[in-house]
Design a protein around this ligand. Structure first.
Ligand code: TYD
Ligand code: MG
Length: 446
């Protein structure tokens, strides 16, 4: 039993072979056969204790970071012994955010450590000065050796440790370059086990990489408890921190920040911010009453429709799904008889926000047709509702919260699927896309 021969397995179909070959006999794929290490003789396992679902343990204690937008995205504060990944494009502001958060945490009396593998401590101090954080008792280090970092954290046992970034960390247990998939995985694994073992909340910063020369944060998403992405458009000062996975709170929650000369400032009324740059009533612009996480958010949707030379029509989308745009254009053509075929179509969600809600469909359709017809929508109107392939409109969840936010920001009317009730604004219920277009734009030449 003990002398087991190595097995060869096809990674495409799973068939096992007794020897290596270039092509799998079972599925015909080339270069898919890999050797698997022989299994060790089975040893007896230890019996593990099983428990029930009912628990008498108190709810998880949470510590507030002191930055309300961050605490909300975390689901109500930082959970001890949790591992959090903060991903984002280089230069978006991850280091700034986490330096501010760690300093706020330390200032609140909880020991915090910030380890950078990218910047010298003098550089971090300079940034802290610019952010007005020099009084916070935050502990800094510049280091990339995982072994030394873990030894230090074991000795210090801080409540919070920030590792900036996971791609610069280097574990001597793995024989490959820093930033490679196996290094990033090994470093994340060791740091998350440290978090569980010692009760420290560990934040890993991960750069999103386009070319894939270094491993992106995706390879560690499954190992951590919470995944936050820091998003925003270069050239815009707005930054969105979005929870895409959270074992301790709702996913899809967002926090809104503004990058200023003195670091990231919290935005407590994001709707006002996202609408602040709106010009006078222009065609192609609508206001979508959306929900991000648990919070209503009004955003401007802008469209431009321009004639294109035959066969060169473009579709350019920023902040929305281009597949969804193609679907809406098809519905507009098939169900309302409004073709966009030979035109260039540009769609933009103002402020650098990314919208994923289907309820934005109607606002996008309205912006597109308004741009095509060069007829502005009423400036005091908000629009929302999901468009189905038949052209029918489906009600959006949390309609009341959307309408309340719109009324709060001074909007007086709303175009929505039937069933909405608003006390403070005039509701125009519309059952399908064609009815909506008639109501807003009158007869359209097709
Ligand atoms: P940084 O936090 O270094 O980004 P990341 O860690 O995600 O790579 O942020 C870099 C950008 O932020 C940089 O282009 C300058 C800008 N910034 C400000 O505008 N104001 C500030 O107070 C700070 C510290 C940075
Ligand atoms: Mg950085």
């Amino acid at each position: 039993m003990s002398s087991r021969r190595p097995a060869f397995t096809c990674t495409a179909c799973g068939a096992t072979h007794s020897k290596w070959s270039g092509r799998c006999d079972a599925c015909g794929a080339w270069n898919t056969i890999a050797e698997e290490a022989p299994l060790a003789a089975p040893a007896r396992g230890r019996r593990i204790a099983l428990t029930g679902l009912a628990s008498t343990e108190p709810p998880l204690p949470r510590s507030l970071s002191g930055i309300a937008e961050l605490d909300r995205v975390l689901g109500g504060g930082l959970v001890p012994a949790s591992a959090i990944l903060v991903g984002g494009d280089p230069g978006i502001g991850k280091s700034t955010l986490l330096l501010q958060a760690a300093a706020a945490f330390a200032a609140g009396g909880q020991p915090a450590v910030y380890v950078s593998g990218e910047e010298a401590t003098a550089q971090i101090r300079m940034r802290a000065q610019r952010l007005g954080l020099t009084d916070a008792p935050l502990q800094l280090a510049t280091e990339t050796s995982l072994r030394d970092i873990l030894a230090t954290l074991e000795a210090e046992r801080p409540a919070l440790a920030v590792i900036d970034s996971i791609q610069t960390m280097w574990s001597d247990a793995v024989d490959s370059a820093p930033g490679s998939v196996s290094q990033v995985r090994a470093a994340a694994h060791e740091l998350t086990s440290f978090a569980k073992r010692r009760g420290t909340a560990v934040v890993l910063v991960g750069h999103v990489t386009k070319e894939g020369q270094i491993a992106g944060p995706r390879v560690v998403e499954h190992m951590v408890d919470t995944v936050l992405y820091f998003e925003g458009e270069r050239g815009h000062q707005f930054r969105i921190l979005r929870a895409v996975k959270n074992r301790f709170g709702p996913a899809d929650e967002i926090g809104v920040f503004e990058m200023t000369g003195r670091g990231l400032a919290e935005v407590t009324n994001p709707s006002a911010l996202f609408l602040s740059e709106r010009d006078a009533a222009t065609s192609g612009s609508t206001v979508f009453a959306g929900i991000e996480g648990t919070r209503p958010l009004l955003v401007e949707i802008q469209a431009l429709v321009a004639p294109a030379a035959p066969g060169t029509a473009r579709r350019t989308v920023v902040g929305w799904d281009s597949g969804r745009l193609a679907m809406l254009l098809a519905v507009l053509e098939a169900r309302c008889g409004i073709p966009f075929g030979p035109s260039d179509v540009y769609l933009n969600v103002a402020g650098g926000l990314r919208i994923t809600e289907p309820a934005a469909d109607l606002a996008v359709a309205a912006a597109l047709v308004s741009a095509r017809q060069d007829i502005p929508l009423p400036r005091d109107a908000v629009v929302f509702g999901e468009v189905s392939l038949s052209g029918a409109l489906r009600p959006a969840p949390q309609t009341d919260a959307r309408l309340r936010e719109a009324a709060k920001l001074g909007f007086a009317q709303a175009f929505t699927p039937p069933g909405a009730r608003g006390n403070d604004l005039a509701i125009h219920p519309v059952a399908d896309l064609a009815a909506f277009m008639d109501k807003c734009f009158g007869p359209i030449e097709r």
